[in-house]
Design a protein around this ligand. Structure first.
Ligand code: PNS
Length: 163
């Protein structure tokens, strides 16, 4: 069983995330989307909401499952018998920090990281931008799945502020 982990905050999942998860699901027998629990940052959506959205938008990918983790990513990988992390790289600006984490993770536990170039359609996308644009009334419907778009709109209609 070749198993990989796609980790992140996913607050909320965007089409860019989905592109990476979908492509990873064609390369591995199983992909675990791992939603990080960060107690010092509440985020816009709760972790259960993020999981619900991720499950909704990955129903057509039978070898993808969604889990959460708190603590070191390499510990999650070990517990789930996943030797590989898959990360999307949007631009050179992502590279420095991603490289540091990849080198740390291989040093800590031998967990490898595969970088996947983001589809150019999504290279400027981030969860933070999507929240900010929605907050000011911009249309992000082409950047997030429909169910996420609905939730974003109703969250901002009820007066939420992006982090
Ligand atoms: O979507 P994000 O916020 O860019 O995801 C970052 C994430 C969750 C992949 C990263 O912060 C992480 O791996 N956190 C877990 C804690 C950890 O293992 N830290 C050491 C990394 S070398």
């Amino acid at each position: 069983m070749r198993r990989a982990v796609c980790p992140g905050s996913f607050d909320p999942v965007t089409n860019g995330h989905l592109d990476i998860v979908g492509r990873a699901s064609r390369l591995f027998d199983e992909v675990i989307v791992a939603v990080m629990i960060n107690p010092s940052k509440s985020g816009m959506f709760s972790v259960p909401e993020r999981i619900t959205m991720l499950r909704e938008v990955t129903t057509d990918l039978p070898n993808v499952r969604v889990e959460t983790f708190q603590g070191l990513l390499v510990d999650f990988c070990k517990t789930h018998d996943a030797p590989v992390v898959v990360k999307g790289l949007r631009a050179v600006s992502d590279f420095d920090y991603e490289l540091q984490m990849a080198q740390m993770n291989v040093g800590l536990a031998g967990v490898e990281t595969l970088f996947m170039p983001t589809n150019p359609l999504y290279s400027y996308l981030s969860s933070s931008l999507v929240k900010d644009v929605t907050k000011w009334g911009g249309d992000v419907s082409q950047h997030v799945p429909e169910s996420v778009h609905r939730r974003l709109r109703s969250r901002f209609d009820s007066g939420a502020q992006p982090e």
